[in-house]
Design a protein around this ligand. Structure first.
Ligand code: ASP
Length: 292
């Protein structure tokens, strides 16, 4: 298969190559794929991922097509495979997919055009991981030895799962923090008050209410005080450390509203970098350099 499905099967060199190309794009590199068309097939809501993929396409001269789920034949029972195969037959040159099912792309093996994973269930979100890494690299100029706390609803977060795997391979030290009920015990636990004193990156995660089967059993105010990034915690952060969040943010739950755009926050920079990493992934895939 072609495209970018998961970073798990890419080598560290390939991952660094995508990020380096993204940095080149940020520095003004131009690549032109005029005449190509790509479609974004989103079975789950999205603002950043969907539109930053479309911005990336436009920057590369590619025409983006949006898929209107509500008006599509998905509601007549059409399968994911049949939908993607249809777009391939219509002549699109690539497809970006977000789906509720983990590893949905397994069933798309016969598809010949590049597929870009815009998030699969609670499993992975490779372009988010790349833009997070690019943001960290721009800040610290390295990965090795950088301490990252993934904070919040770890169990339901594809961003936490995708980031932890690659960050560990890059020699970063990864901790998790947040409520015990959302800890999946894949990384050592750190109390948030210790994390703010010792970690270089506080990588906040959205509480994924839509994936919860049960109530949180804690009020929003309590959550913020116990597990959220408050201005008071910001004042105790390690020198030169930063705050990241994949967004959308729940203001007043995992992050106090004033922290969203505080001096330590890189949240909007992450979004800007997202366009460049998506330009890089599309470019490499269309050149046949990303395969599984
Ligand atoms: N936008 C990210 C995702 O799709 C993070 C989030 O929704 O919490 O996983």
């Amino acid at each position: 298969m072609k495209g970018l499905l998961t970073l798990k099967s890419l080598s560290i060199d390939q991952i660094k190559q995508i990020i380096n190309l993204a940095i080149d794009f940020k520095n003004g590199l131009k690549v032109d794929f005029t005449g190509k068309k790509m479609v974004t097939l989103f079975y789950e809501n999205s603002t950043r991922t969907q539109y930053s993929f479309q911005m990336a396409m436009l920057n590369l001269g590619i025409t983006p097509l949006s898929f209107n789920l509500a008006g599509s034949s998905v509601y007549k029972g059409e399968t994911l495979y049949d939908t993607v195969r249809t777009f391939e037959s219509l002549g699109v040159d690539g497809v970006v997919i977000r789906h509720t099912q983990d590893v949905y792309y397994k069933e798309l093996d016969p598809i010949q055009i590049p597929i870009f994973n815009g998030g699969d269930g609670t499993s992975d979100h490779p372009t988010q991981t790349l833009l997070d890494l690019m943001t960290i690299y721009e800040e610290f100029g390295r990965y090795e030895g950088i301490k990252v706390a993934l904070v919040g609803d770890i169990a339901h977060s594809r961003v936490a799962h995708g980031n932890a795997e690659v960050m560990k391979r890059l020699g970063m030290e990864i901790f998790v923090s947040g409520p015990e009920q959302y800890n999946d015990h894949t990384c050592p636990y750190i109390d948030l008050d210790d994390a703010v004193k010792t970690c270089d990156v506080i990588n906040l995660l959205r509480v994924q209410f839509e994936r919860h089967k049960e109530d949180m059993n804690i009020t929003k105010e309590e959550y913020l005080q116990k597990y959220g990034m408050t201005t008071e915690r910001v004042s105790r952060m390690k020198k030169n450390s930063i705050i990241m969040h994949p967004a959308p943010v729940n203001r007043g739950i995992e992050i106090e509203s004033d922290v969203v755009e505080c001096e330590r926050s890189r949240i909007y920079k992450q979004m800007t970098n997202g366009v460049f990493v998506r330009m890089a992934a599309i470019t490499m895939a269309l050149r046949g350099e990303l395969r599984y």
